[in-house]
Design a protein around this ligand. Structure first.
Ligand SMILES: Nc1ncnc2c1ncn2[C@@H]1O[C@H](COP(=O)(O)OP(=O)(O)OP(=O)(O)O)[C@@H](O)[C@H]1O
Ligand SMILES: [Mg+2]
Length: 194
């Protein structure tokens, strides 16, 4: 077992399962939280993530889920490069494809709710999406626009140097119409007055 990632929410371990490389995603305890509530929240996010990883596969590439136990998931290891590293290297060709894939996900009736470049892995020619713990079923314009605002915010902070290239290409891949563009503006305006 090898630790590949440690964040505020989760630890990711790389291991073998029936000879296949897999990752074990452990949602870790938050010491400052009420233990029972914390446990329930971690369990429900784990279940939600497993469910959505499977459902989302009808529209986009996601790793397979092999096992689920309370707060832990065993998922297929995706060999590749995160979009975060691609953008850091100035490689932005994937931008339009990201938009196209997110559109497919939304048309399937799901929103991701944590669209960041750490949650997208390019493996060969396939783009994989991970980290669905906050996702949900929704066909609401507001929820779809929020998904895009999260991505836009992340781009403008973490990837400000490629933002001007990536954002318009992403929108064109998504085939964003005036309705969703107006909604994005609304949400951003509201955020500024909060
Ligand atoms: N199936 C996978 N294959 C390969 N790498 C993975 C896989 N799942 C996760 N990773 C790696 O682990 C990192 C963290 O995983 P994930 O996004 O699921 O955790 P997280 O919920 O964001 O954790 P935190 O909220 O604590 O940051 C990813 O950015 C990616 O580098
Ligand atoms: Mg993540």
């Amino acid at each position: 077992m090898k630790l590949i990632y440690r964040g505020a929410e989760a630890e990711l371990w790389q291991e073998k399962y029936l000879d296949m490389p897999v990752v074990r995603k452990k949602r870790i305890e938050k010491p400052y939280k009420q233990p029972l509530l914390d446990q329930r929240l971690r369990t429900s996010r784990t279940r939600n993530e497993a469910k959505l990883l499977s459902t989302a596969r009808k529209a986009v590439n996601t790793p397979h889920v092999y096992d689920i136990e309370e707060t832990e998931l065993l998922i297929e290891y995706i060999e590749g490069t995160r979009v975060k590293e691609l953008f850091y290297q100035g490689k932005t060709e994937i931008a339009e494809k990201i938009g196209k894939e997110i559109r497919k996900l939304h048309e399937l009736g799901l929103v991701h709710n944590d669209l960041t470049t750490s949650n997208m892995i390019l493996s060969g020619k396939k783009l994989f999406f991970i980290d669905f713990g906050l996702g949900k079923k929704s066909e609401e314009l507001e929820d779809r626009a929020t998904d895009l605002v999260v991505f836009k915010k992340m781009l403008s902070s973490t990837h400000y140097d490629v933002f001007e290239k990536v954002w318009p290409r992403f929108l064109s891949g998504y085939k964003a119409n005036n309705k969703i563009l107006a909604k994005i503006n609304d949400i951003e305006k509201r955020a500024r007055y909060l």
